[in-house]
Design a protein around this ligand. Structure first.
Ligand code: CTP
Length: 392
């Protein structure tokens, strides 16, 4: 129940605005206090009186001229959550660029509350590069999205761009207002391990740790207690407990000391390490034709094998298609596997973006578009929160 939680429903101009009346009703039924802000074009599609009858007070429609001298800052401060439904491409563009010339964009700019956006537009507009850029900016800024879905659009067209159903928007709102975190602890591993050959040299990989660190940050933002076991020295927000390690063995030892409710293993752990570590620098003149390698401990397997083990998320950085990762998801006993193809442009090691697919334990694949790593972290956490809600 959304008992007395304060929700601002911002309605912008699209035919989907009529569905927002159902959403308003469901919010009220769920116990929320609701205020409505409507744009001028929203009023072309649905009358303010409809909302007034549902929520018990007239919607806010203008920046100026209302009883309130500053309706945008009042709504911005009052809200515990702002839902923009439907959100047009223009509304999204204004929010992404910090523009504030109307009531809704000014309210978004003024608020510190979480914002949930339910986009609605024609497929061409949704797929336009400018819209994609704007969505990516907003995701990186912490805005949350629900939909759009595929289906019938205005004018009889069919495609992606249909606003999410009221029930979907309501459940996304509840996920924000009734967070899953509830004092649960999370372990995140990040970065690539370095396996020493001698005091100077090591066997390593190209992982930068950016993805794992973004996941740790988003988990902390959602109220989880985060322990980050990392080989990377990227900056980390206060509140996250950092355990710095270098090798797979050190990472395993650090992980062994933690009993998390959730484990997200984003680290690129070496599968093999040199059997011996020379105590002195190996000299060229001495010659070294080969290095004997031995297996490192499988950290993921050790977590999955624990009695009452955590919800476990694995990563699979591959150089081929998704099929091998689907097989891994089944074999490794993880609850979710995040696949990416590191050979794809913009994806993988060191970049700020990533294109991933989420693979469920039953092998179901959900492909995501190219996004910033912080946006990937948000999407990943939405799925982990859903797992938490269904299990705990
Ligand atoms: N992993 C781990 N400990 C290891 C190796 C990997 O915990 N010693 C974790 C990684 O953090 C990742 C997942 O296992 O979440 C999958 O890693 P990957 O290297 O793709 O798995 P492998 O089984 O080693 O697959 P491959 O045969 O491709 O090397």
């Amino acid at each position: 129940m959304l008992d007395r939680r304060r929700v601002v429903l911002a309605v912008t101009g699209g035919i989907a605005a009529y569905k927002t009346a159902f959403l308003a009703r469901r919010l009220v039924e769920s116990g929320a206090q609701v205020r409505v802000a409507m744009s001028k074009s929203a009023a072309e599609f649905i009358g303010p009186q409809t909302f007034a009858a549902i929520i018990g007070e007239p919607p806010y429609q203008d920046l100026f001229g209302a009883d309130d001298v500053s309706p945008h800052t009042m709504l911005a401060r009052w809200a515990e959550l702002i839902i923009v439904a439907p959100a047009t491409a223009a509304t999204i563009a204004r929010a992404a660029n910090g523009l504030s010339e109307d009531l809704i964009s000014a309210t978004l700019l003024a608020t510190e509350a979480p914002v949930l956006i339910a986009p609605a537009m024609h497929t061409e507009m949704w797929e336009n590069k400018a819209t994609k850029r704007n969505i990516d900016i907003l995701r990186s800024d912490g805005y949350r999205f629900v939909g759009p879905n595929e289906g019938e659009l205005a004018g009889g067209d069919v495609g992606v761009g249909r606003v999410a159903e009221p029930e979907e928007i309501l459940s996304a709102a509840r996920a924000i207002l009734e967070p899953s975190a509830r004092g649960l602890s999370v372990l995140v591993t990040a970065g690539g391990t370095r396996e020493p050959v001698d005091p100077v040299r090591y066997l390593g990989n190209r992982s930068s740790g950016k993805m794992g660190h973004a996941i740790a940050e988003e988990g902390a933002r959602r109220g989880y207690e985060v322990t980050l076991v990392t080989t990377s020295d990227l900056p980390v927000s206060g509140g996250i407990k950092v355990l710095s390690v270098e090798t797979a063995d050190e990472m395993k030892a650090a992980v062994d000391g933690v009993e998390p409710h959730i484990a997200v293993l984003a680290a690129a752990v070496a599968d093999f390490k040199p059997a011996d570590r020379a105590s002195e620098k190996l000299a060229r003149s001495e010659g070294l034709e080969s290095i004997e390698l031995v297996k490192t401990p499988d950290i993921l397997a050790s977590l999955v094998a624990r009695d009452d083990g955590p919800i476990t998320v694995g990563f699979a950085a591959e150089t081929g298609g998704v099929d091998r990762a689907v097989e891994k998801a089944r074999q490794k006993g993880v609850d979710l596997l995040v696949y990416n193809n590191v050979l794809e442009e913009g994806s993988g090691f060191g970049t700020d973006t990533n294109r991933v697919s989420f693979i469920a334990s039953d092998g179901d694949v959900e492909e995501m578009p190219l996004m910033s790593k912080s946006a990937v972290a948000i999407e990943l956490w939405d799925r982990i929160d859903a797992l938490v809600d269904s299990r705990m």
